[in-house]
Design a protein around this ligand. Sequence first.
Ligand code: PLP
Length: 361
Amino acid sequence: MDLEDTLLMMPGPVTVTPRVLRAMSKPMINHRSAEFAGIYTDCREILSSIFQTKNDIFVLSGSGTAGMEAAVGSSVGSGDKVVAIENGKFGERFKDIAAIYGEVVPVVFEWGQPVNLEVVKEKLEEGAKAITLVHNETSAGILNPAAEIGKLAKKHDALFIMDGVTSLGGDDVKVDEWGVDIAVVGSQKCLAAPPGLSVVSVSEKAFEVMKDVTKRPYYNDLLAYKKSGDKPKAETPYTPAIPLFYALQEALHIVKEEGMEARIKRHRVLSEAIRAAVAELNIEMFPQLNEYSHYSNTVSAMKAPTDVTGEDIKSDMKARGVIIAGGQERLKNKIFRIGCMGNVTGRDVLSTIQQLEIVLN
Ligand code: PLP
């Protein structure tokens, strides 16, 4: 496979521009220095506007899952009830993490089915310390009702922990307006940086809750991140992945130059184009929607036609130089997914559709 001539259209990692790749090759610096503090502070400022929040922001060395575990592990202790909503693989992951740190109250829907808010409400009424939701469920291509879950969490005084791993930076995410206490994004998705970092925003309420949790994770303790982040020369508790911070800073400047409004619009328009094109090819979308759940604007999940599997489509596309994704676990072979994250262009989408049409005929 020619890595230089491959179109990466999977739901992360995404193509990283040469500008970002070059930034990674700068010399190492002292991570407890004004130079590092400058980079970290710059990243945090731009991230605040992407997250639409005044909450504290931390950058963790570790992929999106590290951020998910930091969020749950820092704020949930033994015996604490966590309502964990699942309608795909990453909701299941939150549920599994919650089961390690607290007492999980699973609210499980079939993967790709919309979240039933009535069921969530009933579970919250029984009392819970926290609720977890995956905003953009990448495994099923469905955008879950974060604003509505935020309202329910507030009403029942539960911490709202949200995985925005594949929505932040590509779709509209209103952390403060929706009342998200902890939100998480991964560097390799819509921010278009390399994999290896996660970013977490934390509300004052969440910090208060964390103080009472005695067994927080050691490496991914968000209170430790706060202590280091609050220093006059902001830093991280342990040695950060410095080359990835260089890359993230550059990727965030690209986001800033485009502007979030334009960036969200581009993701929406291109995802709509994918949906329109596959409909013309008689391919059905996979997720079932309701008035609160929508198609994802960063990854499209489609049912594989009866005469071919999702894995066949994925490998035929790869042979034609386009990397897309199949289905994960129980969805393997049943679906295929096209990512539309980061700095994807109309030309990328058109090339993908062109190859898909050939593969399917
Ligand atoms: N959450 C969602 C919605 C994801 O799509 C992913 C990865 O695809 C993750 C969490 C896990 O992120 P990572 O693989 O970076 O640990």
